[in-house]
Every structure is written in structure tokens, then in C-alpha cells.
Design a protein around this ligand. Structure first.
Ligand SMILES: Cc1cc2nc3c(=O)[nH]c(=O)nc-3n(C[C@H](O)[C@H](O)[C@H](O)COP(=O)(O)OP(=O)(O)OC[C@H]3O[C@@H](n4cnc5c(N)ncnc54)[C@H](O)[C@@H]3O)c2cc1C
Length: 348
């Protein structure tokens, strides 16, 4: 059976679903997801942070442009999406140059504070190891479920057809536009959006357009039990400016990552013991915390372009790239989806 549409979107993560939400009601849209459920890959595995100082200048601009939407989302987003969680960036003496660059890149967003003040706020950080500190008051926790579900509701209310268990196995182009083959049949549309996350390079190759240099990289996260009797709920997000680890509270536990970036073929990625051991070791080296029990561990694929900026643009003949969200796909989703939707809408 062949289903005809105006726009086919491949990928049911935040990228595909946020675009579907933005375009809903403007055209006949079908979203195709390989898995039984949406958001099973990178979107369901994030650390749920909104950090305006994170990433290069283009990423920071996209994050900052997303803030107003996240603070005042439309009605479809039932819950508040952001909760205040100030950030503390910490630097060792040997990382002074990175620390200076970080301050210079983020005027008005971060500011240096004296060591005594930083250590009074986060006394577990080892003052004999870390000597410079910067606060980012505007850092937030993101309610990823609320964000994703809001866009999904917008899409559903505007008539977007979401089809799960539809792995795109083949792509071809003809007079009717793009034809997509899945195990259940074929779908055609003049516009095809590649929002396939870690598989976006593979989908580009399937379309004969190459992979744009997209590289999926494994990142590991763990949930650590806090010391007995310690309430972590008011802790800041602590981030090493040399990007060797970060930690933050998460529902009574401590979420931590070794900030690993291991290039890997797209797959249902699982954590490696070495990365789990590395985060435990780095936390104990940087703080007075003892990593006695890890409750949960997981990994996800952050996919980067060579320039480490997301691509949202048309390629040949109605093929639209919405890929390379790296480690910022949740916090940049409002701005990226708005701009991507405007570009797609121009061709409807
Ligand atoms: C540990 C970790 C921490 C992170 N922390 C943050 C954070 O704090 N803040 C932030 O903003 N971002 C964070 N990120 C990054 C963020 O999660 C990603 O940028 C974002 O989820 C990417 O979304 P996506 O829709 O591109 O990919 P995905 O969510 O992976 O969605 C792509 C979808 O495409 C589907 N697909 C692929 N190929 C096909 C095919 N052939 N046919 C049909 N469907 C297909 C897949 O099944 C998948 O569901 C983090 C990521 C990780 C791993």
C-alpha cells in the first residue's frame, strides 16, 4: 500500500517530533519511526539540562533563542518545562586558559566568584584541586517528558500521522518526489525530512547524498547514591571546564557523566564498564564524595557534524537535513524546530 503525504519525517526523537509539532495543520505530514515507541534513543537518554554557555557560538545562540519558548510554552505543554538549577563551572590551575575563554565567551551569562563562596555553596568540591569558579545563574533543569510530549500533542492535534515500527529501508526519487520503503509498504512525498538522529548519516547515504560527515559519539551517564542522610536536591550543576565530567542532582540521586565522546556506529548503545569506572574515579578525585553504589547506568549517542553545529537545511530536491544536534538537541529544539519549519513551509 502506498501512502501519499506532503512531508515525510524520518525519526521520532525530539528533532522529528518538534518539527512535526511546528508544521502541524499546514500540510499532510507523516512521521515514520522504526521503534515501537517514540524517543527510545538519544532523546530518552539525555541529562536534561539547559545551559546557555554550552557549545560553540552558533549553538549558544540557538540555546539562547530557545529560552523564551521554554519559559513560556504554548498551551499544549501542560507542565512547566524549566526549573532553576544554577551551574558552577570549576577549573584546575592547568585549565586557566580554557577558564578565561569560557568567561570571555559568555559575558552576562557566567561570572567568576571567589573560591570561598563557591566552596561554601558546594563544599564537596576539592579546593586543593580546583581553584577558579564561575557561576551561571540561568542554568535550568529541563523536564524532557513535558517538552517532548508538548510537541507530540501539537503534532497530533494538527493531524500529523505518527507511524511506529516503520523502519525506513529504502529511499528513491522520482516524479512524485521521494518514495520511502518500510516493512509495511511505501510512502511518497515531495519533501523528505531526515531527523534520524545517530542514523541520519545512513539515511543520507540511502538517499545518495552522503553522510555530511555526521559522527555518532557514545556518552555515558550514571545515577549515584548520595551519602546517607544528604539531601542533594538544592545542589548546583557542577561542570569541569576541561569537560572531563559533570554532575547534578536527579530525583534524590546524583547524575554524573565522564563527558565521554567515543565515535561509534549507530546502534542501541549500552554503557562500557571503563566509562562507568572513569566517572566514579573522576568524581572521587574532584570531590570528597565516595561513589559507593551506582543505581543506574546508560549511554546515548550524541551525533555531531564536523563543525559541531546542527544542520537544518534543504539538500537536493526536497531532501531536508535535521541532524547533528550533538549534546544540545533538547535545549535548542524550540529555535531549531521553528527555523526548520519556516524553511520547509516555504516549499509547501
Ligand atoms: C548522556 C546524554 C546527555 C545529554 N544531555 C543533554 C542535555 O542535558 N541537554 C540537551 O539539550 N541535550 C542533551 N543531550 C543530547 C540530546 O539528547 C540529543 O541532541 C537529542 O536527543 C537528539 O534527538 P534526535 O531526535 O536527533 O535523535 P533521537 O532521539 O535518537 O531520534 C532519532 C530517531 O530516528 C529513528 N530512526 C533512525 N533511523 C531510522 C530509520 N531508518 N527509519 C525509521 N526511524 C529511524 C530512531 O529510532 C530514533 O528514534 C544528551 C545526550 C546524551 C546521550
Amino acid at each position: 500500500m502506498t501512502t501519499e503525504a506532503d512531508v515525510l519525517i524520518i525519526g521520532g526523537g525530539i528533532a522529528g517530533v518538534s518539527l512535526a509539532g511546528r508544521l502541524a495543520g499546514k500540510a499532510k505530514i507523516v512521521l515514520l519511526e522504526r521503534e515501537e515507541h517514540l524517543a527510545m534513543h538519544t532523546t530518552g537518554r539525555s541529562a536534561a539540562m539547559f545551559i546557555e554557555s554550552y557549545g560553540n557560538a552558533q549553538v549558544r545562540a540557538l540555546t539562547q533563542a530557545s529560552r523564551a519558548f521554554l519559559e513560556h510554552p504554548p498551551e499544549a505543554f501542560f507542565a512547566p518545562i524549566l526549573t532553576r538549577r544554577p551551574g558552577l563551572s570549576i577549573a584546575r590551575p592547568e585549565d586557566a586558559a580554557e577558564f578565561e575563554t569560557f568567561l570571555a565567551d559568555n559575558p552576562g551569562i557566567v561570572h567568576e566568584i571567589p573560591a570561598a563562596e563557591a566552596l561554601a555553596r558546594m563544599p564537596m568540591v576539592r579546593g586543593e584541586v580546583y581553584t577558579r569558579f564561575a557561576v551561571e545563574p540561568g542554568t535550568m533543569d529541563i523536564d524532557v517528558h513535558a517538552l517532548f510530549e508538548g510537541f507530540r500533542r501539537m503534532a497530533a492535534a494538527g493531524g500529523v500521522a505518527t507511524r511506529t515500527r516503520q523502519e525506513v529501508l529504502g529511499l528513491s526519487q522520482g516524479a512524485a518526489g521521494w518514495t520511502v520503503t518500510t516493512p509495511d509498504g511505501t510512502f511518497t512525498a515531495p519533501i523528505l525530512v531526515n531527523a534520524a538522529g545517530a542514523w541520519a548519516g545512513k539515511v543520507g547515504e540511502m538517499a545518495g547524498l552522503g553522510d555530511r560527515g555526521l559522527v555518532p559519539m557514545r556518552r555515558t551517564a550514571v545515577l549515584i547514591e548520595p551519602p546517607p542522610g544528604v539531601d542533594v536536591s538544592g545542589w548546583m550543576v557542577v561542570n569541569d571546564v576541561a569537560e572531563t565530567f559533570y554532575f547534578k542532582p536527579d530525583a534524590g540521586l546524583i547524575l554524573a557523566s565522564p563527558a565521554d565522546e567515543t565515535p561509534i556506529e549507530p546502534c542501541d548503545v549500552q554503557p562500557e564498564e571503563i566509562d562507568v569506572a572513569t566517572i566514579a574515579w573522576r568524581i572521587e578525585e574532584a570531590t570528597t564524595l565516595e561513589v559507593a553504589r551506582i543505581r543506574r547506568r546508560w549511554a546515548g549517542l550524541r551525533t555531531f557534524t564536523p563543525a559541531r553545529v546542527p544542520i537544518f537545511e534543504f539538500d537536493r530536491e526536497g531532501f531536508f537535513w535535521l541532524a547533528g544536534q550533538g549534546g544540545y538537541g533538547m535545549q535548542t529544539a524550540p529555535a531549531v524546530s521553528a527555523r526548520a519549519a519556516a524553511l520547509v513551509a516555504e516549499r509547501l
